[in-house]
Design a protein around this ligand. Structure first.
Ligand code: ATP
Length: 266
């Protein structure tokens, strides 16, 4: 579809030539849009992101069906570096930063890997520190001593140094206090709006994600089971029950059991 920076059409991924991890996955991110991919642990969200960034190969994963287009180009045959050059960047789950380096050094390193000019590096650092003033205050501290929230900000900052057109975030809320999650998501939303950067946000935390995106996709067992506006998803009774806290008090096994009777699967 024109107007989409990213479009996945009917994608299937297999690990180790046998394990089918995602099937028939179609996801679109509009140019300049901010979209969430929601779902529980193991639903296939990370696999979907890795199909886009090209990071399946080291894990012996392979896109075996479907079409992957970025700005209209078929990116499936491209190596990960080439996809970064085109403007695709993935912030991996777990806030990976160089812990022995300072935030300043981390940002310079990210810029060097992207092959940016000195001027672009300066501009990138100014931008990162403008959006993340908290990080600016800690710019010369050893990154291993930053808080979880600050490390997540730095991981996003490193991605921004590659001058991306599409930022893909994998579970940025993981292990962070709710106020910090809200702060980080609001900053990402601000970057999305002010810089026109398209964002694909992968989250288990549907509550926080649906506050900042325009649309969401819900994944279960390797398939997309729902796609709607954020407003409609927030109001959906199934989403409310299973992803917005309505299932509080039920244990995981019970949630799994109940999930078999969800309306969208019947
Ligand atoms: P998480 O919250 O754990 O990141 P997820 O929704 O991102 O969950 P994936 O990590 O994409 O889910 O996993 C989807 C399916 O693919 C799971 O069944 C998982 O066991 C399988 N899988 C993921 N990585 C591999 C791998 N490297 N080799 C084999 N199977 C894998």
């Amino acid at each position: 579809m024109s107007g989409d920076i990213l479009s996945l059409n009917n994608i299937e991924v297999i690990y180790d030539n046998v394990a089918l991890a995602i099937k028939g996955v179609s996801v679109n991110v509009p140019q300049g849009g901010m979209v969430a991919l929601l779902g529980a642990n193991g639903a296939g969200k990370t696999t979907t992101l890795k199909a886009v960034s090209g990071l399946l190969r080291p894990e012996r994963g392979k896109v075996t069906r479907g079409e992957l287009r970025f700005l209209g180009q078929d990116i499936e045959p491209m190596l990960p570096q080439k996809r970064v050059q085109l403007g695709i960047v993935q912030v991996l789950e777990g806030r990976r930063v160089f812990e022995h380096l300072t935030p300043d050094e981390n940002l310079v390193a990210a810029s060097a890997v992207a092959g940016s000019s000195h001027k672009d590096m300066q501009r990138g650092m100014d931008m990162v520190y403008t959006y993340f003033p908290r990080l600016h205050q800690r710019r010369t501290a050893q990154s291993g001593f930053l808080s979880g929230g600050e490390q997540q900000m730095l991981a996003i900052g490193r991605a921004l140094m590659t001058q991306p057109k599409l930022l893909m975030l994998d579970e940025p809320s993981l292990g962070l206090a709710p106020f910090l999650v809200a702060e980080i998501f609001e900053i990402v939303q601000k970057i999305n709006r002010q810089e026109g950067l398209s964002v694909l946000l992968v989250e288990q935390n549907a509550v926080a994600a649906l506050e900042v995106v325009s649309h969401g996709y819900l994944m279960e067992n390797g398939r997309i089971v729902m796609h709607d506006s954020a407003e409609a998803m927030k109001k959906n009774p199934d989403i409310q029950e299973f992803y917005l806290g309505g299932s509080e008090g039920k244990n995981f096994h019970e949630i799994k059991h109940y999930s078999r009777r969800k309306r969208w699967l019947s």
